[in-house]
Design a protein around this ligand. Structure first.
Ligand code: NAD
Length: 695
């Protein structure tokens, strides 16, 4: 199907791009534009050509569905199309309404003139996918808006409004009235200009360009944190100071290198993974959803108060319930303190504060949930407490209300069984701090109805979260995988490492925080309670002696000023504590372990491969629907390094064969919990077939 229309208005031809949702420059659209240009060239009556998009969008750029397919390089490519436009003997005018991004902007820069509607915006977001504009954008933009501004836009990927560019040559005219009508008027004024002006013929001038570029390069390299794209953007833009064709060749060379880089691969994987998350095979667009106009949260503790804020931030009124008056007051005070902090940082206005506070009502009575469309339970992590709460909710909630639990580890099916409406029950596992963290694991119980699940996914979007569906198991996707990861960290301590080393290795690998610091932040007492339950359920399971000992010593982490590290009052800075080192060495001695030096590589591989193996099991059991969902969970909920694309993508990058080979080596070490290195059958199968987890 041709997503373009070609019409002639007297002496002006108009090519309209109409490829919803964002006029992605797929092959059909590129062909349509190219054919339109040819038709205009051939028509003696036509003296100028306009390319225009829809009211919402000129073009959002490359059609991302074509990434990695043969269509990207099928003729005409975006590069050839842009030079075709630029070479036209009849003037071509881009009429930009709303948004021109990426390849869409490059298309406009290849035109001889650009006119725009008020409020139009442009951006080169390629850097966010580890790339740079590869169809002349890095060479043409500086010629129109200057070296410095172009460089800032291309390196940051930021969107800029036409008003901010009013003093540049980018737009030849701003159109006040109807865009097409204004564009046709403009086209008639320039129709006889021959040859029409080309951006490539302009020169980029900058006093002391060398000095400026030196500073820009070191700033980009620092901000890039190991990603090659930002410095490459600087190099490409720098080339615009010289000959145009040489600059284009440089841009192309850099683009080709970036496209093949593992870093860009990881970013693109993460981008697609986020879009795929929340798509459920048996829940389609035709599945009904329920309206969520009013919410209630049970338990005004750490999680409950932050979840209430999340609703208020999205404009949904929420009732915060706690049966303990002190608990309720503490929760409401935490909300207030948090918002005050946002005001101080300039992120929230006084009016915004008033509006949000008005949306949150505190109460001590569970009966006050009767009007709520969704009720999220965030009371103590104890099955008896959950039983009591859900029985009461079953009695008080209106028919059709969704009953959700924020449990981290308890069985959602058991909880659903406390009600007479298990189809209305699901898990909504928020991450702490719930008003900040973007991840929301949505736990689908055996009985959860499709409608309730679809509503949960829609709610995630409304709350500005990324919803990932998980089946029911201990810890769901994220915490279940965390368990073997933390287990290896513990064993590494027993075998010869100190907390600083384990954390350092994983932080150098790119984790936001190593496991010991993370435990100190989350509270060692919290993980201690979970271990206690595990020991009761599996009496023969090996013990986490270091972690257990720290809990016995009251070293709960940041909240007690002592954990794996020492913390000065009010500080989050972790200082090494010789007491902890002594505890660790004693535990090794008591177990008859001769401590040995362990390198970064082994630390990272043991911890990360433990994640990979458990992830493969989760995938095989159907707890996660796709490998990329697991990556989304780890990237958005656990600080896994984006540069590696998530544990599953990382496994594929190294190759599953290599992963298995190293796992066999670890299994030969009796101190590494050999049983945990039995490969997930899926991993073994995929490796044997030469396949990957994410493909
Ligand atoms: P918390 O101890 O900070 O708060 C629990 C609150 O629930 C308290 O204010 C308590 O008074 C109240 N409460 C207890 N029983 C109640 C009842 N019957 N009716 C009404 N209120 C009641 O706990 P938290 O850390 O906020 O955790 C809450 C839930 O969220 C738990 O299931 C926990 O596993 C889960 N969770 C916690 C985290 C986290 O990082 N803290 C993360 C994800 C999930």
């Amino acid at each position: 199907m041709n997503p373009t229309r070609y019409q002639v208005h007297g002496d002006v031809a108009v090519i309209t791009m109409d490829n919803p949702p964002v006029n992605g420059l797929g092959l059909d659209l590129r062909r349509g534009v190219s054919e339109g240009i040819e038709a205009a060239q051939a028509d003696g009556q036509v003296h100028a050509v306009i390319i225009i998009g829809t009211a919402n969008c000129f073009s959002g750029g490359a059609d991302i569905k074509e990434f990695g397919t043969a269509k990207v390089s099928a003729a005409p490519t975006l590069r050839t199309l842009v030079s075709e436009l630029e070479g036209s003997s009849k003037p071509i005018i881009a009429a930009i309404g709303a948004l021109a991004m990426g390849g869409g902007l490059e298309l406009a820069l290849g035109c001889h003139y650009r006119v725009a509607a008020a409020g139009a915006r442009i951006a080169f977001p390629e850097v966010k996918l580890g790339l740079l504009p590869g169809a002349g954008g890095t060479q043409r933009l500086p010629r129109l808006i200057g070296l410095e501004r172009a460089l800032n836009m291309i390196v940051s990927g930021r969107t800029v409004s036409s008003e901010q560019l009013a003093d540049t040559r980018l737009f030849d005219r701003m159109i006040a009235g109807e865009l097409l009508e204004g564009a046709i008027g403009f086209a008639r004024e320039v129709a006889r200009v021959r040859p029409p002006p080309r951006v490539r013929d302009l020169k980029v001038r900058y006093p002391d360009a060398e000095g400026f570029l030196g500073i820009a390069m070191s700033a980009a390299a620092t901000a890039a944190k190991g990603f090659p794209a930002p410095p490459a953007c600087v190099t490409a833009v720098a080339a615009s100071l010289g000959d145009f064709d040489a600059g284009l060749a440089k841009e192309r060379e850099l683009f080709e290198k970036l496209v093949r880089s593992p870093e860009s691969g990881a970013l693109r994987h993460a981008f697609f993974a986020e879009r795929a998350a929340g798509k459920i095979p048996d829940v389609g667009a035709d599945t009904q959803t329920r309206e969520i106009r009013q919410a209630a949260v049970i338990g005004a503790g750490t999680m409950g108060s932050a979840i209430a804020m999340t609703f208020a931030n999205a404009g949904i009124p929420v009732t915060l319930v706690d049966t303990n008056e002190a608990g309720l007051n503490k929760g409401l005070a935490a909300v207030r303190r948090n918002y005050d902090g946002s005001i101080k940082k300039g992120r929230l206005s006084e009016a915004g504060l008033a509006q949000r506070l008005q949306l949150i009502t505190g109460t001590l009575s569970l009966r006050d949930v009767a009007a709520a469309d969704i009720i999220i339970e965030a009371a103590f992590e104890d099955m008896d407490v959950k039983r009591k709460v859900f029985q009461e909710l079953d009695a008080s909630a209106k028919p059709g209300a969704i009953l959700a639990t924020n449990t981290s580890t308890l069985n959602v099916d058991t909880i659903a069984g406390f009600t007479r409406r298990p189809a209305d029950v699901l898990g909504t596992h928020f991450f702490s701090p719930a008003n900040v963290m973007r991840l929301l694991e949505i736990v689908r119980g055996k009985a959860t109805s499709k409608e309730v699940l679809a509503t949960g996914l829609k709610l995630a979007k409304t709350l500005n979260k990324i919803g990932v569906v998980s089946g029911v198991c201990d810890g769901f996707i994220g915490n279940r995988m965390l368990h073997p990861y933390l287990r290896q960290a513990e064993l590494l301590l027993q075998e010869g490492c100190l907390p600083r080393q384990v954390d350092g290795a994983l932080e150098r690998f790119g984790f936001a925080m190593g496991p010991c610091r993370m435990n100190d932040l989350a509270g060692n007492d919290v993980s201690g309670l979970i271990r206690k339950r595990h020991y009761a359920e599996q009496p023969n399971a090996p013990r986490s002696k270091v972690a257990d000992r720290l809990v016995e010593l009251g070293r709960f982490g940041q909240k007690t000023g002592k954990g794996y590290y020492r913390y000065e009052p009010g500080s989050r800075e972790a200082s090494t504590d010789p007491d902890v080192e002594r505890v660790i060495v004693e535990i090794s001695q008591a177990a008859g372990i001769t401590r040995r030096p362990i390198g970064d590589e082994e630390i990272v591989q043991r911890c990360v491969f433990a994640l990979i193996n458990e992830g493969a099991k989760i995938l095989e059991e159907g707890i996660a629907l796709r490998a990329s969902d697991i990556d989304v969970v780890y990237l958005t909920g656990y600080g896994f390094p984006l540069i590696h694309g998530g544990p599953m993508f990382y496994a594929d990058t190294i190759g599953l064969h290599t992963v298995l080979r190293l796992m066999r080596r670890f299994a030969a070490n009796p101190l590494s919990d050999p049983g945990s290195w039995t490969p997930a059958p899926l991993l073994a199968r995929l490796a044997a077939d030469g396949k990957g987890l994410t493909s």
